[in-house]
Design a protein around this ligand. Structure first.
Ligand code: PEP
Ligand code: MG
Length: 757
């Protein structure tokens, strides 16, 4: 109990029952709401109790005890405006003993609220979405206790029940966000390029709890127990299936699920909510809301993912309690579906009939999130970090996804649809041009053949070889296979995987890069080191592999086995000095010897090379080149370390250019040295996929480049329209230029010489 203001003296259970009586009583919805605020104010010992509900996109004062009644239906606040708007925006309670000194405080003089100092407000949530705000105010500097905030949250849930029912019939549009059905544009983070239009499919169908106050608490407690028991059986069953079927839904995740399903704290919190007078569903929702609030405060991505598991588990529990909330069957999935989710794992995406999924939009999500990696391989456009996505989008909404610019158009208007149509036509026309070139070689106008290879990392990438007519795979990022799994793949799982990659490449060369993990690409089953100040320059890639050689040896063993009488090419990431290459190659040779000893069939030929992506290695080419079979320049990392410029920092994205004299000079020098030594050299960074950049790279001497599948067509078209001799002459004295970038000059060259860029 708090000295400044007691928790509802009659106890939450009695208060809930009283509120229920008011709600079920006679009168209009407005009259009942007017009574509710009086009852709540009295029980919570507050001078003011107000209800704000969303209408036409704004928070409108619907009922008040204590503020001026003339302000009812007159005072409105935008979501995000003032403290009430902030509560709605963040879907989180606020309790302040001196509200007026808070930077977000926005006084509304017509309400007469200037006499009140303290304020406590909680969001009114329906189906997990904010529909309003319930507020208490006191004249004194009252400190509201956590218990009081919790009681208010429970009251808000009961209120939400009324908002969904009678009130909407009486006052249409009350308590509905986006009820106007107006077009909305939400800006997010582009996680995978592409353009798509489709019907919104909510990944987790929203479950709206229809009854919050329990008729019989014992019955509700028993219902909760039964549902939890069913949930535990379900999770155990999933776990058994995962153990029996390697590669099925991941075992580690399910172990975590099982741990949560038996978590005493979680159970206790739900039972406590039932004891306060809620139904079992309402209790699950109540605890889920608390978890979400905790989740949004956690910065650590790994821990957030774990709380996401708990969220998933709560949803499953809710489905055991309701019959309405089942998972959508594939038959119900529209042909043009845009999946809308808070976040999801890679396995969850693959559970859909991916042929029908045209795009994925997430409220969370990051470029390194596993689902984004998988979606990239499937060429599904993805946008992440879409603020309030789940509040704004309704199931069945028409959505236009612009994955190039990170823009989502909800219920698009004619303007957005016209722009979408025009863009789509342009893309389709280009795609048709590229498709026509598929079987044509990438040869310049003056007869130089350029090898165009693919960057890949998952089995889903392999079909792109045929689709694009690429020469082979110039970079196979093996870590992606490790990252989308929850457990370390065994040698036999890896062997099978690599052998499928080689099968599907059907004789075209594949350059496997050994694990580039660590830093920010941490595997869930590897010990984490959170103390690294610069993870990109930290304990990653070959550094980690040499310190934990078992991981690398297992991988090499699997690669050697998978090749079985086929050519094999392996390279190591982040080699900074020759001795690291020598150590890695030594390890590989020991595995080759072991394979001989075991009498296994080895590769028909073995090429061992290195990525050149740490600048220091460029000054050791004399010692390095005699030891390697090939070199692949990783321009993404090479540029980040050359310019000391974080490749993931959007503020630096345009600061230094890969077409600057320094960047072009270092690449040219490496290419020259490799060519003089007769060592094949290629480049596999993002630059290779941009036609103008690719043109410059070819101009400085590269004859092999590797890029994303989506870039092959455009780059091939550029090559086939290029007079290479003219370009080389043009670039002759580029390297001593004092300019920031030579991009403009190169673009002018392309325009003047009819190069398709
Ligand atoms: C690079 O650094 O250029 C590269 C291709 O490797 P990654 O992008 O995987 O770091
Ligand atoms: Mg790299």
């Amino acid at each position: 109990m708090n000295a400044a203001g007691p928790v509802a003296p009659s106890g939450p259970r009695i208060l809930l029952r009283r509120l229920r009586q008011v709600m079920a009583g006679p009168g209009t919805a407005q009259e009942r709401m007017d009574q509710l605020v009086v009852t709540i104010a009295a029980n919570m010992v507050a001078e003011v109790c107000s209800i704000y509900l969303l209408r036409d996109g704004a928070l409108e004062l619907f009922a008040t005890e204590g503020l001026k009644r003339s302000a009812i239906h007159e005072t409105t606040l935008r979501v995000g405006e003032g403290l009430v708007g902030q509560i709605a925006q963040l879907a989180r309670p606020v309790a302040l003993s001196e509200a007026r000194s808070h930077p977000n405080f926005a006084a509304r003089p017509e309400t007469g609220e200037e006499d009140y100092h303290s304020l406590m407000g909680v969001p009114v949530l329906r189906g997990g979405r904010v529909v309003g705000v319930l507020v208490l105010q006191n004249r004194t500097n009252r400190s509201y206790s956590n218990d009081e905030v919790e009681v208010m949250q429970t009251i808000a849930m009961v209120l939400a029940e009324m908002v969904g029912g009678a009130l909407q019939e009486e006052i249409p549009g009350a308590g509905v966000l986006g009820a106007d059905g107006l077009p909305r544009r939400i800006a997010g983070l582009a996680l995978n390029e592409g353009l798509a239009r489709g019907v919104a499919v909510l990944h987790e169908p929203r479950i709206v709890v229809e009854q919050h106050v329990a008729d019989d608490i014992d019955v509700e407690a028993a219902r909760l127990n039964t549902a939890v028991a069913e949930l535990r059986i379900q999770v155990d069953g999933m776990l058994q299936a995962a153990i029996a079927e390697p590669g099925g839904e991941s075992r580690d995740i399910l172990e975590t699920y099982r741990m949560f399903a038996h978590d005493k704290g979680w159970m206790a919190r739900m039972h406590e909510a039932v004891q306060s007078g809620l139904t079992a569903e309402a209790a699950v929702e109540r605890v889920q809301v608390e978890n979400r609030a905790r989740m949004s405060e956690i910065g650590d991505a790994y821990l957030r993912e774990r709380l996401h598991d708990l969220e998933d588990l709560s949803n499953r529990l809710m489905r055991h309690l309701t019959v309405s909330g089942g998972q959508m069957a594939d038959d119900d999935l529209p042909d043009q579906a845009v999946v809308v989710a808070w976040n999801m794992g890679p396995a969850e995406l693959l559970d859909y009939d991916v042929g029908r999924v045209k795009a994925l939009v997430l409220e969370e999500g990051s470029p390194t999130s596993h689902v984004a990696i998988v979606a990239r391989a499937l060429q599904i456009p993805v946008i992440g970090r879409l603020d309030q996505l789940l509040d704004i989008v309704e199931s069945g909404d028409d959505l236009v996804v612009d994955g190039d610019n990170g823009q989502l158009f909800v219920r698009p208007g004619t303007d957005a649809l016209e722009a979408f149509g025009a863009n789509l036509e342009l893309r389709q026309a280009k795609a048709a041009q590229y498709a026509a070139l598929r079987d044509q070689p990438a040869v310049s106008k003056d007869g130089t053949r350029i090898q165009l290879n693919l960057n890949a990392g998952l089995l889903a990438d392999l079909p792109h070889l045929d689709e694009t007519g690429a020469d082979g795979i110039g970079l196979y990022r093996t870590e992606l296979h490790f990252m989308v799994r929850a457990t370390l793949p065994t040698v036999s799982v890896q062997t099978e995987f690599y052998s499928r990659v080689l099968d599907q490449a059907r004789g075209r060369p594949v350059l496997f890069r050994t694990l580039d993990v660590g830093g920010d690409k941490m595997l869930p089953y590897l010990t984490r080191y959170d103390d690294e100040q610069n993870p990109a320059m930290g304990w990653r890639a070959i550094r980690l592999s040499l310190d934990r050689p078992v991981l690398l040896r297992m991988q090499i063993r699997a690669l050697l086995k998978a090749a079985a009488d086929r050519p094999l090419a392996i390279m190591f990431p982040m080699i900074a000095e020759v001795s690291e290459f020598r150590a890695a190659r030594g390890l590989l040779e020991r595995e080759v010897e072991r394979q001989h000893r075991m009498g296994e069939v080895g590769p028909s030929s073995l090429q061992v090379g290195t990525m050149l992506e740490v600048p220091s290695l460029a000054w050791q080419l004399g010692a390095l080149l005699p030891m390697v079979d090939f070199v692949s320049i990783g321009s993404n990392d090479l540029m980040q370390f050359l310019f000391a410029s974080d490749r993931g920092n959007p503020r630096l994205a345009n600061r230094y250019d890969e077409l600057s004299p320094a960047a072009l000079s270092i690449v040219r020098d490496i290419v020259r040295r490799c060519s003089a030594a007769g060592v094949p050299v290629s480049l596999c960074g993002e630059a290779a996929g941009r036609p103008i950049d690719a043109m410059a790279l070819i101009g400085l001497g590269l004859r092999s480049i590797s890029m994303r599948a989506a870039s092959i067509g455009a780059v091939k078209m550029m090559v086939r329209s290029l007079d290479l001799a003219a370009l080389q002459a043009f670039m002759e004295d580029f390297y001593d230029s004092p300019e920031h970038s030579l991009r403009e000059a190169l673009t002018k060259f392309a325009e003047d010489h009819g190069v398709a860029i």
